[in-house]
Design a binder for this molecule. Structure first.
Ligand code: PGA
Length: 274
């Protein structure tokens, strides 16, 4: 029994332009008819949330092509300001104008290659939540940090930056169910084919849950979904999502093709009906 439900999300990164996006959703629609009834029931009952994060130029096309499918479309990043001189950025009003209400924040590739810091992750998360967006906020340690037993310290630092001035039960993070979701993605597992074992992932999710409980209170921590990401595919998704503190997955490579993504959705269905 997964009392927080499950969330299956796909981060396309810099892949799938408008044409491939249309093809993806066309194929997903035709294959959706074969999906297990328990998966459909879970989606309808609100126990399974599904979201895809295409590149910015594919967002409108994705919204259009996904009509009729229970799939949310989200942006891979957004600025904390509502408008202004920020070349290359997107804002929440711009995204809302086309119907996007969900944003990924602080992905490790943004941190690694584009100067994203704990502080800018905090600014984006706080501001986007205030503007009524749903946020999936990413954290995760590097290989060197794990090898030096720094995993808990790194995650605590990353989470602490976002929840720095929060008193227990602070409503801006907890008022709206699932408005904020945490994605734990060990950097060493992203795009490498090296997945954390379910045991490693579960242990780390327990550290995250404990931090959330201390900072936000037990109830908020119990309600918040924490996803795992890093080389998730249709073969390993079920074992990962069966762990008590893993509430879904953030998938890169395996979300680019409808079959791979559907396999992960089916795995979620199996976990929910176990
Ligand atoms: P991957 O990417 O599944 O290709 O490892 C995960 C991610 O970066 O979200």
């Amino acid at each position: 029994m997964k009392n927080r439900g499950l969330f299956v999300s796909g981060n396309w990164k810099m892949n799938n332009g408008p044409q491939k996006t249309e093809e993806f959703f066309g194929q997903l629609k035709s294959k959706w008819h074969d999906i297990q009834p328990n998966v459909k029931a879970a989606v309808q009952g609100g126990n399974l949330r599904i979201c895809i994060f295409p590149p910015a130029v594919s967002l409108s096309g994705a919204l259009h092509a996904a009509q009729g499918l229970p799939v949310e479309i989200g942006a891979q990043n957004a600025h904390w300001e509502k408008s202004g001189a920020f070349t290359g950025e997107l804002s929440s009003p711009i995204l809302k104008e086309i119907g996007i209400n969900t944003v990924l924040v602080g992905h490790s590739e943004r941190r690694q290659y584009f100067g994203e810091t704990d502080e800018t992750v905090r600014k984006r998360t706080e501001s986007l939540l205030e503007q009524g967006m749903k946020v999936i906020m990413c954290i995760g340690e590097s290989r060197a940090e794990r090898e030096q037993n720094q995993t808990a310290a790194v995650l605590t630092r990353q989470l602490g930056a976002v929840f720095q001035d929060v008193n227990k039960g602070a409503s801006r993070f907890t008022s709206n169910n699932n408005q904020l979701v945490i994605a734990y993605e060990p950097v060493w597992a992203i795009g490498t084919g090296l997945t954390a074992t379910p045991q490693q992932a579960e242990e780390t999710h327990q550290i995250i849950r404990k931090f959330l409980s201390e900072r936000l209170g037990a109830e908020a921590a119990n309600n918040m979904q924490v996803l795992y990401g890093g080389s998730v595919n249709a073969d390993n998704a079920q074992a990962l999502m069966s762990c008590p503190n893993i509430d879904g997955v953030l998938v890169g490579g395996a979300s680019l093709k409808p079959d791979g993504f559907l396999g992960i959705i089916q795995a979620a269905g199996k976990v929910l009906s176990a």
